[in-house]
Write a protein that binds this ligand. Structure first.
Ligand code: URA
Length: 434
Protein backbone atom coordinates (compact mmCIF):
# COMPACT_ATOMS: atom_id res chain seq x y z
CA UNK A 1 0.00 0.00 0.00
CA UNK A 2 1.21 3.55 -0.78
CA UNK A 3 -0.21 6.66 0.96
CA UNK A 4 -0.84 8.37 -2.38
CA UNK A 5 -3.25 5.60 -3.45
CA UNK A 6 -5.46 6.33 -0.45
CA UNK A 7 -5.18 10.10 -0.97
CA UNK A 8 -6.21 9.65 -4.63
CA UNK A 9 -9.18 7.50 -3.61
CA UNK A 10 -10.51 10.25 -1.31
CA UNK A 11 -9.59 12.99 -3.80
CA UNK A 12 -11.79 11.26 -6.37
CA UNK A 13 -14.73 11.10 -3.95
CA UNK A 14 -14.69 7.41 -3.01
CA UNK A 15 -15.45 5.97 0.39
CA UNK A 16 -12.32 4.74 2.21
CA UNK A 17 -12.24 1.27 3.73
CA UNK A 18 -11.56 0.64 7.41
CA UNK A 19 -8.14 -0.74 6.44
CA UNK A 20 -7.30 2.42 4.40
CA UNK A 21 -8.13 4.74 7.31
CA UNK A 22 -6.41 2.74 10.05
CA UNK A 23 -3.28 2.18 7.94
CA UNK A 24 -3.03 5.89 7.10
CA UNK A 25 -3.57 7.18 10.65
CA UNK A 26 -1.25 4.59 12.24
CA UNK A 27 1.43 5.40 9.69
CA UNK A 28 1.08 9.14 10.38
CA UNK A 29 1.14 8.65 14.18
CA UNK A 30 4.35 6.58 13.85
CA UNK A 31 5.97 9.25 11.62
CA UNK A 32 6.06 6.83 8.68
CA UNK A 33 3.69 9.01 6.64
CA UNK A 34 5.05 12.57 6.33
CA UNK A 35 3.15 15.81 7.04
CA UNK A 36 2.87 16.66 3.32
CA UNK A 37 0.91 13.49 2.58
CA UNK A 38 -1.29 13.93 5.66
CA UNK A 39 -1.91 17.55 4.59
CA UNK A 40 -3.01 16.35 1.14
CA UNK A 41 -5.30 13.78 2.76
CA UNK A 42 -6.77 16.41 5.12
CA UNK A 43 -7.52 18.65 2.12
CA UNK A 44 -9.11 15.74 0.23
CA UNK A 45 -11.31 15.02 3.29
CA UNK A 46 -12.09 18.76 3.63
CA UNK A 47 -13.23 18.94 -0.02
CA UNK A 48 -14.93 15.53 -0.38
CA UNK A 49 -16.23 14.96 3.16
CA UNK A 50 -16.62 11.56 4.81
CA UNK A 51 -19.54 9.21 5.40
CA UNK A 52 -20.66 8.65 9.04
CA UNK A 53 -18.99 5.22 8.86
CA UNK A 54 -15.65 6.71 7.72
CA UNK A 55 -15.85 9.39 10.45
CA UNK A 56 -16.45 6.75 13.15
CA UNK A 57 -13.44 4.70 11.95
CA UNK A 58 -11.24 7.82 11.71
CA UNK A 59 -12.22 8.77 15.28
CA UNK A 60 -11.49 5.28 16.58
CA UNK A 61 -8.12 5.12 14.78
CA UNK A 62 -7.10 8.53 16.20
CA UNK A 63 -8.29 7.57 19.69
CA UNK A 64 -6.24 4.33 19.55
CA UNK A 65 -3.09 6.18 18.39
CA UNK A 66 -2.33 6.71 22.11
CA UNK A 67 -3.28 5.56 25.59
CA UNK A 68 -6.85 5.17 26.79
CA UNK A 69 -7.54 6.36 30.34
CA UNK A 70 -8.65 3.38 32.41
CA UNK A 71 -11.45 4.70 34.62
CA UNK A 72 -12.79 1.25 35.53
CA UNK A 73 -11.92 1.81 39.22
CA UNK A 74 -14.43 4.70 39.33
CA UNK A 75 -17.82 3.18 40.00
CA UNK A 76 -19.99 6.29 39.46
CA UNK A 77 -21.35 7.13 35.98
CA UNK A 78 -18.61 9.06 34.17
CA UNK A 79 -20.00 12.00 32.24
CA UNK A 80 -18.17 14.89 30.58
CA UNK A 81 -19.04 17.99 28.56
CA UNK A 82 -17.27 19.52 25.59
CA UNK A 83 -17.72 22.97 24.08
CA UNK A 84 -16.64 23.87 20.58
CA UNK A 85 -15.44 27.18 22.06
CA UNK A 86 -16.69 30.71 22.54
CA UNK A 87 -16.02 34.10 24.12
CA UNK A 88 -16.58 34.25 27.88
CA UNK A 89 -17.40 30.53 27.93
CA UNK A 90 -16.38 29.53 31.45
CA UNK A 91 -19.16 26.92 31.85
CA UNK A 92 -16.76 23.98 32.44
CA UNK A 93 -15.27 25.61 35.58
CA UNK A 94 -18.72 25.76 37.17
CA UNK A 95 -20.27 22.67 35.60
CA UNK A 96 -17.65 20.06 36.59
CA UNK A 97 -18.00 20.72 40.35
CA UNK A 98 -21.77 21.24 40.09
CA UNK A 99 -22.30 17.89 38.33
CA UNK A 100 -19.95 16.20 40.80
CA UNK A 101 -22.41 17.17 43.59
CA UNK A 102 -24.84 14.63 42.04
CA UNK A 103 -22.94 11.36 42.31
CA UNK A 104 -21.51 11.78 38.83
CA UNK A 105 -17.78 11.49 38.09
CA UNK A 106 -16.46 14.16 35.72
CA UNK A 107 -13.10 13.24 34.15
CA UNK A 108 -12.55 16.39 32.09
CA UNK A 109 -9.57 16.74 29.74
CA UNK A 110 -9.67 20.27 28.39
CA UNK A 111 -7.81 22.45 25.95
CA UNK A 112 -6.10 25.81 25.77
CA UNK A 113 -7.44 28.83 23.95
CA UNK A 114 -6.48 29.12 20.31
CA UNK A 115 -7.65 31.81 17.94
CA UNK A 116 -10.15 34.15 19.58
CA UNK A 117 -11.79 31.57 21.84
CA UNK A 118 -10.62 31.09 25.42
CA UNK A 119 -9.47 27.79 26.92
CA UNK A 120 -10.47 26.17 30.22
CA UNK A 121 -6.84 25.31 31.07
CA UNK A 122 -5.64 28.90 30.67
CA UNK A 123 -8.45 30.05 32.96
CA UNK A 124 -7.63 27.50 35.65
CA UNK A 125 -3.91 28.25 35.44
CA UNK A 126 -4.61 31.84 36.47
CA UNK A 127 -5.22 30.34 39.94
CA UNK A 128 -1.72 30.32 41.49
CA UNK A 129 -0.42 26.76 41.89
CA UNK A 130 -3.24 24.99 39.98
CA UNK A 131 -1.67 22.04 38.14
CA UNK A 132 -3.27 21.01 34.85
CA UNK A 133 -0.56 18.40 34.15
CA UNK A 134 -1.53 15.65 36.59
CA UNK A 135 -0.43 12.10 35.81
CA UNK A 136 -3.20 9.61 35.02
CA UNK A 137 -2.84 8.19 38.54
CA UNK A 138 -3.21 11.64 40.13
CA UNK A 139 -6.14 12.46 37.81
CA UNK A 140 -8.01 9.32 38.88
CA UNK A 141 -7.19 9.92 42.53
CA UNK A 142 -8.64 13.49 42.40
CA UNK A 143 -11.82 12.14 40.77
CA UNK A 144 -12.10 9.43 43.46
CA UNK A 145 -11.75 12.08 46.19
CA UNK A 146 -13.97 14.90 44.94
CA UNK A 147 -15.80 13.60 41.86
CA UNK A 148 -14.20 15.89 39.27
CA UNK A 149 -10.85 16.86 37.84
CA UNK A 150 -9.93 19.18 34.97
CA UNK A 151 -6.55 18.59 33.33
CA UNK A 152 -4.82 19.10 29.97
CA UNK A 153 -4.23 16.62 27.18
CA UNK A 154 -1.22 14.44 28.01
CA UNK A 155 1.37 13.64 25.33
CA UNK A 156 0.07 10.07 25.17
CA UNK A 157 -3.61 10.96 24.68
CA UNK A 158 -4.56 10.79 20.98
CA UNK A 159 -1.11 11.84 19.68
CA UNK A 160 -2.33 11.51 16.06
CA UNK A 161 -4.78 14.34 16.77
CA UNK A 162 -2.09 16.52 18.33
CA UNK A 163 -0.02 16.29 15.13
CA UNK A 164 -2.98 16.53 12.77
CA UNK A 165 -4.54 19.51 14.56
CA UNK A 166 -1.31 21.52 14.27
CA UNK A 167 -1.11 20.58 10.58
CA UNK A 168 -4.75 21.52 9.89
CA UNK A 169 -4.17 24.86 11.58
CA UNK A 170 -1.62 25.82 8.89
CA UNK A 171 -3.18 24.11 5.84
CA UNK A 172 -6.67 25.64 5.79
CA UNK A 173 -8.31 22.36 6.80
CA UNK A 174 -9.73 23.17 10.26
CA UNK A 175 -13.43 23.77 9.41
CA UNK A 176 -14.24 20.26 8.14
CA UNK A 177 -17.10 18.48 9.92
CA UNK A 178 -15.37 15.09 9.51
CA UNK A 179 -12.04 16.34 10.86
CA UNK A 180 -13.53 18.40 13.72
CA UNK A 181 -15.70 15.45 14.77
CA UNK A 182 -12.78 13.01 14.81
CA UNK A 183 -10.49 15.51 16.55
CA UNK A 184 -12.89 16.36 19.37
CA UNK A 185 -14.39 12.91 19.84
CA UNK A 186 -11.12 10.91 19.80
CA UNK A 187 -9.88 12.88 22.83
CA UNK A 188 -13.17 12.74 24.70
CA UNK A 189 -13.63 9.00 24.06
CA UNK A 190 -10.05 8.30 25.23
CA UNK A 191 -11.00 9.73 28.68
CA UNK A 192 -12.95 6.61 29.59
CA UNK A 193 -16.38 8.28 29.83
CA UNK A 194 -19.81 6.64 29.71
CA UNK A 195 -21.62 9.73 28.35
CA UNK A 196 -20.90 13.13 26.86
CA UNK A 197 -22.87 16.34 26.46
CA UNK A 198 -21.78 18.70 23.69
CA UNK A 199 -22.09 22.48 23.55
CA UNK A 200 -21.98 23.32 19.86
CA UNK A 201 -21.63 27.07 19.62
CA UNK A 202 -23.28 28.88 16.76
CA UNK A 203 -22.81 32.51 15.71
CA UNK A 204 -20.26 35.04 14.58
CA UNK A 205 -17.69 34.19 17.29
CA UNK A 206 -18.00 30.41 16.80
CA UNK A 207 -16.49 27.92 14.33
CA UNK A 208 -19.98 27.29 13.04
CA UNK A 209 -21.53 30.56 11.91
CA UNK A 210 -24.97 29.26 11.03
CA UNK A 211 -27.46 26.87 12.57
CA UNK A 212 -27.44 24.28 9.76
CA UNK A 213 -23.65 23.82 10.01
CA UNK A 214 -23.80 23.73 13.82
CA UNK A 215 -26.56 21.09 13.66
CA UNK A 216 -24.58 18.99 11.14
CA UNK A 217 -21.50 19.08 13.40
CA UNK A 218 -23.57 18.21 16.48
CA UNK A 219 -25.29 15.30 14.71
CA UNK A 220 -21.96 14.02 13.40
CA UNK A 221 -20.42 14.00 16.92
CA UNK A 222 -23.54 12.50 18.50
CA UNK A 223 -23.54 9.73 15.85
CA UNK A 224 -19.90 8.84 16.47
CA UNK A 225 -20.41 8.73 20.24
CA UNK A 226 -23.50 6.52 19.90
CA UNK A 227 -21.66 4.24 17.47
CA UNK A 228 -19.10 3.74 20.26
CA UNK A 229 -21.81 2.89 22.77
CA UNK A 230 -21.79 6.21 24.68
CA UNK A 231 -24.77 8.19 25.95
CA UNK A 232 -24.82 11.42 23.92
CA UNK A 233 -26.69 14.73 23.82
CA UNK A 234 -25.93 18.12 22.30
CA UNK A 235 -27.15 21.67 22.75
CA UNK A 236 -26.74 24.25 19.99
CA UNK A 237 -26.11 27.54 21.80
CA UNK A 238 -25.80 31.16 20.73
CA UNK A 239 -22.34 32.69 20.39
CA UNK A 240 -23.10 36.13 19.01
CA UNK A 241 -22.68 38.01 22.30
CA UNK A 242 -20.20 36.85 25.01
CA UNK A 243 -21.42 34.47 27.69
CA UNK A 244 -21.66 36.22 31.05
CA UNK A 245 -20.04 39.61 31.63
CA UNK A 246 -16.32 38.79 31.45
CA UNK A 247 -13.80 37.59 28.87
CA UNK A 248 -10.19 36.95 29.92
CA UNK A 249 -8.65 34.27 32.12
CA UNK A 250 -8.55 35.46 35.77
CA UNK A 251 -11.63 37.65 35.22
CA UNK A 252 -13.54 34.55 34.12
CA UNK A 253 -12.39 32.64 37.20
CA UNK A 254 -13.81 35.45 39.37
CA UNK A 255 -17.14 35.28 37.50
CA UNK A 256 -17.15 31.47 37.82
CA UNK A 257 -16.68 31.78 41.59
CA UNK A 258 -19.55 34.28 41.75
CA UNK A 259 -21.73 31.84 39.77
CA UNK A 260 -20.70 28.90 41.97
CA UNK A 261 -21.93 30.99 44.91
CA UNK A 262 -25.31 31.66 43.26
CA UNK A 263 -24.51 35.26 42.28
CA UNK A 264 -23.62 34.76 38.62
CA UNK A 265 -25.16 36.40 35.56
CA UNK A 266 -28.43 34.87 34.41
CA UNK A 267 -27.26 33.59 31.01
CA UNK A 268 -24.20 31.84 32.45
CA UNK A 269 -26.17 30.35 35.35
CA UNK A 270 -29.02 29.16 33.11
CA UNK A 271 -26.70 27.57 30.55
CA UNK A 272 -24.58 25.82 33.20
CA UNK A 273 -27.70 24.46 34.90
CA UNK A 274 -29.07 23.27 31.51
CA UNK A 275 -25.85 21.30 30.94
CA UNK A 276 -25.87 19.91 34.49
CA UNK A 277 -29.46 18.71 33.98
CA UNK A 278 -28.42 16.97 30.73
CA UNK A 279 -25.49 15.32 32.53
CA UNK A 280 -27.79 14.13 35.34
CA UNK A 281 -30.22 12.74 32.73
CA UNK A 282 -27.40 10.97 30.85
CA UNK A 283 -26.20 9.42 34.13
CA UNK A 284 -29.75 8.48 35.14
CA UNK A 285 -32.35 8.46 32.34
CA UNK A 286 -35.11 8.19 34.99
CA UNK A 287 -34.17 11.57 36.52
CA UNK A 288 -36.85 14.27 36.58
CA UNK A 289 -35.41 17.23 34.63
CA UNK A 290 -37.44 19.88 36.45
CA UNK A 291 -36.41 18.57 39.85
CA UNK A 292 -32.78 18.32 38.71
CA UNK A 293 -32.92 21.97 37.58
CA UNK A 294 -34.17 23.08 41.01
CA UNK A 295 -31.56 20.99 42.82
CA UNK A 296 -28.74 22.42 40.70
CA UNK A 297 -29.85 25.99 41.49
CA UNK A 298 -30.03 25.08 45.19
CA UNK A 299 -26.46 23.71 45.13
CA UNK A 300 -25.29 26.99 43.61
CA UNK A 301 -27.21 29.04 46.19
CA UNK A 302 -26.25 27.10 49.30
CA UNK A 303 -22.48 26.92 48.67
CA UNK A 304 -22.32 23.15 47.96
CA UNK A 305 -21.04 23.62 44.39
CA UNK A 306 -18.53 26.26 45.51
CA UNK A 307 -17.22 23.90 48.22
CA UNK A 308 -16.72 21.21 45.56
CA UNK A 309 -14.80 23.65 43.33
CA UNK A 310 -12.61 24.64 46.29
CA UNK A 311 -11.88 20.98 46.98
CA UNK A 312 -10.96 20.32 43.34
CA UNK A 313 -8.67 23.37 43.20
CA UNK A 314 -6.96 22.34 46.43
CA UNK A 315 -6.40 18.76 45.18
CA UNK A 316 -4.78 20.27 42.07
CA UNK A 317 -2.36 22.31 44.21
CA UNK A 318 -4.18 25.62 43.68
CA UNK A 319 -4.06 28.37 46.32
CA UNK A 320 -7.36 28.34 48.17
CA UNK A 321 -6.72 31.87 49.47
CA UNK A 322 -7.06 33.14 45.86
CA UNK A 323 -10.43 31.38 45.56
CA UNK A 324 -11.70 32.76 48.87
CA UNK A 325 -10.31 36.25 48.11
CA UNK A 326 -10.37 36.70 44.31
CA UNK A 327 -8.52 40.03 44.73
CA UNK A 328 -5.45 37.77 45.14
CA UNK A 329 -5.85 36.47 41.56
CA UNK A 330 -3.67 38.21 38.92
CA UNK A 331 -4.74 41.85 38.46
CA UNK A 332 -3.98 44.13 35.50
CA UNK A 333 -2.26 47.47 36.12
CA UNK A 334 -4.80 49.54 34.15
CA UNK A 335 -8.59 49.38 34.20
CA UNK A 336 -10.14 51.50 31.47
CA UNK A 337 -13.90 52.11 31.37
CA UNK A 338 -15.55 52.29 27.93
CA UNK A 339 -18.72 54.38 28.20
CA UNK A 340 -21.98 54.54 26.24
CA UNK A 341 -22.01 57.24 23.57
CA UNK A 342 -25.78 57.69 24.05
CA UNK A 343 -28.69 56.57 26.20
CA UNK A 344 -30.93 53.74 25.02
CA UNK A 345 -31.14 49.94 24.93
CA UNK A 346 -28.25 47.61 24.10
CA UNK A 347 -29.09 46.20 20.66
CA UNK A 348 -25.92 44.22 19.97
CA UNK A 349 -22.68 43.13 21.68
CA UNK A 350 -20.10 41.78 19.26
CA UNK A 351 -18.45 38.71 20.83
CA UNK A 352 -15.99 38.39 17.95
CA UNK A 353 -14.62 41.92 18.49
CA UNK A 354 -14.29 41.20 22.22
CA UNK A 355 -12.46 37.92 21.55
CA UNK A 356 -10.01 39.73 19.27
CA UNK A 357 -9.50 42.49 21.85
CA UNK A 358 -8.66 39.93 24.58
CA UNK A 359 -6.06 38.30 22.28
CA UNK A 360 -4.53 41.72 21.49
CA UNK A 361 -4.37 42.54 25.22
CA UNK A 362 -2.28 39.35 25.65
CA UNK A 363 -5.01 37.09 27.06
CA UNK A 364 -5.04 34.71 24.08
CA UNK A 365 -2.62 33.11 21.67
CA UNK A 366 -1.61 33.67 18.08
CA UNK A 367 0.50 30.48 18.19
CA UNK A 368 0.10 27.38 20.39
CA UNK A 369 3.28 28.10 22.40
CA UNK A 370 2.53 31.82 23.09
CA UNK A 371 2.43 32.85 26.75
CA UNK A 372 -0.91 34.23 27.96
CA UNK A 373 -1.32 37.09 30.42
CA UNK A 374 -3.85 35.81 33.00
CA UNK A 375 -4.82 39.28 34.27
CA UNK A 376 -6.00 41.03 31.11
CA UNK A 377 -9.44 41.01 29.55
CA UNK A 378 -12.81 42.69 29.74
CA UNK A 379 -15.30 42.80 32.61
CA UNK A 380 -18.63 44.50 33.25
CA UNK A 381 -19.83 43.76 29.70
CA UNK A 382 -23.42 44.93 29.15
CA UNK A 383 -25.94 42.45 27.75
CA UNK A 384 -28.32 42.77 24.82
CA UNK A 385 -31.64 44.25 25.99
CA UNK A 386 -30.24 46.24 28.95
CA UNK A 387 -30.96 49.92 29.29
CA UNK A 388 -27.93 52.23 29.46
CA UNK A 389 -27.47 55.95 30.10
CA UNK A 390 -25.16 58.27 28.18
CA UNK A 391 -21.59 58.02 29.64
CA UNK A 392 -22.39 54.93 31.71
CA UNK A 393 -19.61 52.25 31.59
CA UNK A 394 -20.53 49.47 29.15
CA UNK A 395 -17.35 47.47 29.76
CA UNK A 396 -14.05 47.73 31.66
CA UNK A 397 -10.87 46.86 29.75
CA UNK A 398 -8.07 45.38 31.91
CA UNK A 399 -4.62 45.93 30.39
CA UNK A 400 -0.94 45.64 31.31
CA UNK A 401 0.46 47.54 28.34
CA UNK A 402 -0.62 50.92 26.94
CA UNK A 403 0.07 50.07 23.27
CA UNK A 404 -2.00 46.90 23.53
CA UNK A 405 -4.74 48.82 25.35
CA UNK A 406 -4.93 51.37 22.51
CA UNK A 407 -5.13 48.58 19.92
CA UNK A 408 -7.82 46.75 21.90
CA UNK A 409 -9.87 49.94 22.28
CA UNK A 410 -9.76 50.38 18.52
CA UNK A 411 -11.12 46.85 18.04
CA UNK A 412 -13.83 47.52 20.62
CA UNK A 413 -14.97 50.72 18.92
CA UNK A 414 -18.58 50.04 17.92
CA UNK A 415 -18.59 46.56 19.54
CA UNK A 416 -21.66 47.58 21.56
CA UNK A 417 -24.61 49.07 19.66
CA UNK A 418 -27.21 51.10 21.53
CA UNK A 419 -30.67 51.60 19.97
CA UNK A 420 -33.87 53.44 20.80
CA UNK A 421 -36.10 50.56 21.80
CA UNK A 422 -35.62 47.24 23.65
CA UNK A 423 -34.02 44.67 21.34
CA UNK A 424 -35.71 41.35 20.60
CA UNK A 425 -33.78 38.78 22.64
CA UNK A 426 -32.75 35.62 20.80
CA UNK A 427 -32.71 32.38 22.81
CA UNK A 428 -29.43 31.19 24.31
CA UNK A 429 -30.21 27.53 23.68
CA UNK A 430 -31.16 27.23 20.03
CA UNK A 431 -31.77 23.48 19.84
CA UNK A 432 -31.43 20.36 21.94
CA UNK A 433 -30.37 17.12 20.30
CA UNK A 434 -30.93 14.10 22.54
N1 URA B 1 -11.33 21.45 18.87
C1 URA B 1 -10.60 20.34 18.63
O1 URA B 1 -10.10 19.71 19.54
N2 URA B 1 -10.45 19.96 17.35
C2 URA B 1 -11.00 20.62 16.30
O2 URA B 1 -10.84 20.19 15.19
C3 URA B 1 -11.76 21.76 16.58
C4 URA B 1 -11.91 22.17 17.88
Amino acid sequence: MFPQWIIEKKRDGHELSEEDIRWFINGYARDEIPDYQMAAMAMAIFLRGMTPREIAILTDAMMRSGDLVDTSTIKKPKVDKHSTGGIGDKVSLILAPLAACFDIAVPMISGRGLGITGGTLDKLESIPGYRTDLSEKEFLSVIEKCGCSIIGQTARLAPADKKLYALRDVTGTVPSIALITASIMCKKLAEGIDSLILDVKCGRAAFMKNRDDARSLAMSMVNVGREMGKGMAALLTDMNQPLGRTAGNALEVVESIETLMGRGPKDLTDLTVAFAVQMISLANPEADAEKADQECRKKLQDGTAFAKFREMVSLHGGEIAAIDHPALLPQASTKHAVTAARSGFVADVNAEAMGRAVVVLGGGRAKTDDHVDPAVGISGIVKIGEQVEHDQPIMIVHANNSTRLAEALQLLEGAVTVGDSPAKLSPLILETIT
